[in-house]
Design a protein around this ligand. Structure first.
Ligand SMILES: [Fe+2]
Ligand SMILES: [Fe+2]
Length: 150
């Protein structure tokens, strides 16, 4: 159900959790890893940038959510850096999966933090109307970003 921005973001998170779990089980030069990792990489990056443009921009502007939002955006940059590194690395190399696990640890931690800490805070900062309107803006921003990262 994507009736507000929280359920829309959560929908992406669940997709990312599922893809991460499947990729963790792949071996060296498997087709799964080659096909699924770029898919996860692109979707996570487009998701994070859409969050920044539509969701975090408003949370950064409000005093009570500024610090936590700033922390979250910083985590986006760390996550993006590991994604770039993994895209450049040979997928069948021995270190790839270990590094991928570092990424999924960070990503899971980040998504949980958004759901447990940011959402309740954003729930107080944003009006009911904004929570609903943001879904459309998020989808549009994500589509624009997806074209840039792909
Ligand atoms: Fe995020
Ligand atoms: Fe997120």
């Amino acid at each position: 159900m994507t009736d507000d921005i929280f359920s829309r973001i959560r929908e992406d998170h669940d997709k990312h959790r599922t893809l991460a779990r499947i990729i963790e089980r792949t071996s060296g030069d498997s087709r799964g890893r080659n096909e699924l990792f770029p898919k996860l990489a692109d979707d996570v990056r487009a998701h994070a940038r859409a969050e920044e443009r539509v969701f975090y921009s408003e949370l950064l502007a409000a005093t009570q959510s500024r610090d936590l939002a700033g922390h979250s955006v910083k985590e986006h940059h760390e996550i993006e850096a590991i994604i770039e590194e993994l895209l450049d690395k040979d997928y069948s190399s021995t270190g790839w999966l270990a590094r991928f696990k570092t990424l999924t640890d960070k990503l899971r931690h980040h998504m949980l933090e958004e759901e447990k800490n940011i959402f309740p805070l954003a729930g107080r900062v944003l009006s009911e109307a904004r929570k609903r309107e943001m879904v459309i803006e998020f989808d549009a921003a994500k589509q624009t970003e997806a074209r840039k990262v792909a």
